[in-house]
Design a protein around this ligand. Structure first.
Ligand SMILES: [Zn+2]
Length: 239
């Protein structure tokens, strides 16, 4: 009998643990809110976002493709990468794209104190402002990992938390796979996650050539399906 009760307790604890993991890490989870995962269902607008830059070569290649195809995008940058490549962030802004905060060091936010999260966010806001004169109003947590205290930290600064509803899984797939996965996950209002950099690694350790190669086909495929690329700010609640 006792064994039976212990088994039940263990099962319940495991279920709670799994649910909690899901709540903190799954992009679709609204456990921590307010959060923007997907834009309006009406209309056929979608928004393209790139994380982890700016990165030598790849950010530039992506910007050139976006310019050729007249597609607006949002870049969630790490403060540390902006320190290395301020000129790339200036080009992002000069070409009309939006900038979001992605922490200073690509910090995994689980179990982090509110103070530690605020430091990472604030340090990045200051660097972006120094380089561009702008303070982003949007934030995306690295790995999509959220933790207690994050939302109030953002709200205090008038910032929105942005996750995503579609991705090309470009951290594990090759070019064809990235195109196929992205197009499969498109729905009206989709917020698409891709990467122009890789955490805060050194240039020689970063390879986003598959994402770069996939981008023209993603743009063409989305347009064939009747979607229009919109700036992410169009998806934010108006206040
Ligand atoms: Zn990231």
């Amino acid at each position: 009998m006792l064994l039976h009760i212990l088994e039940i307790i263990a099962a319940v604890a495991l279920a709670c643990g799994l649910w909690f993991w899901w709540a903190c890490s799954e992009p679709w989870s609204t456990f921590f809110r307010p959060v923007l995962i997907r834009g309006p269902r009406e209309g056929n607008r979608i928004a393209l976002t790139f994380d982890d830059g700016p990165a030598e070569k790849f950010t530039e290649q992506i910007l050139t493709i976006l310019r050729e195809h007249r597609v607006p995008a949002t870049f969630f940058v790490c403060g540390k990468n902006v320190e290395s490549h301020p000129e790339l962030l200036r080009r992002i802004v000069a070409e009309g794209h939006e900038v979001g905060n992605h922490t200073y060091s690509h910090l995994f936010l689980y179990f982090k104190s509110r103070q530690r999260m605020a430091e990472e966010i604030e340090r990045t806001q200051a660097i972006i402002e120094k380089v561009t004169g702008l303070r982003p109003a949007i934030f995306r947590p690295p790995y999509g990992a959220r933790w207690f205290g994050l939302v109030p930290t953002l709200l205090q600064r008038g910032m929105h938390m942005i996750l995503w509803s579609a991705t090309g899984y470009d951290w594990k797939k090759g070019t064809q796979g990235i195109v196929a996965a992205t197009l499969r996950e498109l729905k009206p209002g989709a917020v698409i996650l891709l990467h122009d950099g890789q955490n805060t690694r050194q240039p020689e350790e970063i390879d986003r050539s598959s994402t770069v190669a996939a981008l023209p086909a993603i743009i063409a495929g989305a347009r064939e399906r009747g979607y229009t690329f919109a700036p992410l700010r169009d998806f934010l609640p108006t206040s």
